[in-house]
Design a protein around this ligand. Structure first.
Ligand code: PMP
Length: 292
């Protein structure tokens, strides 16, 4: 069977299984309470015929921080090997990589100490994109989980907040929701961080409730953007707005509620540079790539 038609293999606790294998019992704690931590990572095909994972250590370090919150033991080296082994086993080059570590069985109570702990890595040949080249954004009536209630890490249960906002935005005909706080400051989107361009100057939205995005960090390095708190009013007044994330890459915003944005030359240029960097076409940033 050709690689492209085979059921992709999933790395599960040290062995390969197919994705539909029943490895998670129905009493799995994570399914009841969201006690899991995930990452979204990407690999890209490189010119030498191989592939490379973009900023793998940074993604796994963020995952370790999340795992720490639940007392899940997380070995970065082992997870890194699992990511590379899964890509190789599936013959994936351009892929979305989804590691998940979760609390299994042992109790249905809220004390997680007795629970089993698990790790899986799936690789997907298709990446779920945002709204495409012209993303329509709307301010969400939902507020972001405040960092004082849930740390801005990739804790699975916390993503119910993003899902409610995304669903509400789509019901009103938009592609994506923008979270703002009670004081009128921009936080982030449901799965991406926010940037604006005004008079050629790039600014990265900073907010304590927002996930510290790795793409955000990359875009700041590539553009020399300043990072600071930004009000919704300022965002509406910008020349260009774009959002960024591992899946979204750099995605230009065409509409923010009643505000329409025109041409986006700075976003386009940055997106093109990012596309080169992740594919290893810019030697200045080779240190961000892990060869598969
Ligand atoms: N914010 C949220 C809520 C996210 O889920 C993501 C995607 N991980 C991002 C921002 C962007 O983060 P990154 O660039 O590290 O993918």
């Amino acid at each position: 069977v050709p690689v492209s038609q085979r059921q992709p293999l999933v790395w599960f606790d040290g062995k390969f299984i197919t994705g539909d294998a029943p490895e998670a019992p129905l009493t799995t704690h994570a399914m009841h309470y969201g006690t899991a931590v995930f990452e979204g990572i990407r690999s890209y095909a490189t010119a030498d015929g191989g592939a490379a994972v973009f900023r793998l250590p940074e993604h796994l370090e963020r995952m370790r921080k999340g795992a720490d919150m639940f007392g899940i033991e997380f070995d970065i080296e082992r997870a890194g090997r699992a990511v590379l082994d899964t890509l190789r086993a599936n013959g994936h080059r351009d892929a979305y990589i989804r590691p998940l570590t979760w609390m299994g069985t042992g109790t249905i109570g809220l004390d997680v100490d007795p629970l089993t702990q698990h790790l899986m890595v799936a690789t997907l040949a298709k990446v779920v994109h945002l709204g495409g080249a012209r993303t329509r954004l709307t301010v969400s009536p939902w507020k972001r989980n405040p960092a004082t209630s849930l740390p801005p890490l990739k804790l699975s249960g916390a993503y119910v907040n993003s899902i409610l906002a995304k669903r509400e935005a789509k019901q009103r005909g938009f592609d994506e929701a923008l979270f703002t706080d009670d004081k009128g400051y921009v936080v982030e989107c449901t799965g991406a961080n926010v940037f604006m361009v005004k008079n050629g100057e790039v600014t990265s939205v900073e907010h304590r409730d927002a996930l510290p995005g790795i793409t955000r960090d990359t875009m700041i390095a590539l553009s020399g953007a300043q990072s600071r708190e930004v009000t919704l009013h300022e965002l509406l007044d910008a020349d260009e707005v774009f959002v960024c994330g591992t899946a979204a890459e750099a995605c230009a915003i065409s509409v923010l509620d009643r505000r329409e944005f025109g041409d986006n030359p700075v976003t386009r240029e940055l997106a093109a540079l990012y596309a080169q960097v992740v594919r290893g076409q810019d030697s200045r940033y080779a240190h961000w790539l892990t060869a598969v």
